[in-house]
Ligand binder design. Structure first.
Ligand SMILES: [Zn+2]
Length: 186
């Protein structure tokens, strides 16, 4: 947000008549303008595409809300029921490249790291393997949840799902889990 700009009428190029049109179309606050695309704004009578683009350049954001950080984004939900902002998508990509990934495999899950796979196994087991591996190798993890095809950083998923986390921690402490992981990634 540009410093000091919090009102629609403060956006450069926006006149009183534009404010009335925008209000009439349901855009009543600066915040409302963050969750809309320039194309949509240009559909409002009296708002040219050039002005719509100028508004978006100032307000930033987009028509979707990032499923991870809550920031507005123009990235449409593609592989997932959720949209993710560019920053979070990049974080997922980097984590998937450098760390461990838990992803759906058939009706179950598989654990993937450095070209090796472990699974298929249950969700809890896959998370426990990944959790152990991430601690052992000091790497981050990504979890791709089958249901909504949402994506998570492994630690954030476990922190927001405490009952799953405690099941995963129980399994992760077992020497059978350590052995299975070490067989694949020794
Ligand atoms: Zn985000």
């Amino acid at each position: 947000m540009a410093p000091g700009v919090e009102q629609i009428e403060d956006i450069s190029g926006v006149q009183e008549a534009h404010v009335e049109r925008l209000n009439g179309a349901g855009y009543r606050s600066y915040e409302d303008l963050r969750y809309v695309s320039a194309d949509e704004l240009a559909d409002v009578e009296g708002i040219s595409l050039a002005l719509a683009e100028r508004i978006k350049a100032e307000t930033g954001g987009g028509e979707y809300t990032c499923g991870r950080c809550g920031e507005p984004t123009n990235e449409s939900p593609s592989e997932s029921d959720y949209a993710y902002c560019e920053g979070c998508l990049e974080k997922f990509r980097r984590t998937e490249r450098d760390g461990v990934t838990v992803e759906p495999s058939g009706q179950a899950y598989a654990v993937k790291y450095r070209g090796e796979r472990l699974g298929p196994c249950s969700q809890t087991k896959a998370l426990a393997y990944a959790y152990y591996l991430s601690g052992w190798k000091s790497i981050p993890g990504v979890f791709k949840y089958r249901g909504s095809r949402s994506r998570w950083l492994l630690d954030e998923y476990l922190d927001t799902h405490p009952s799953i986390k405690s099941d995963v921690e129980d399994l992760q402490r077992l020497s059978a889990t350590h052995k299975r992981v070490e067989q694949v990634w020794e």
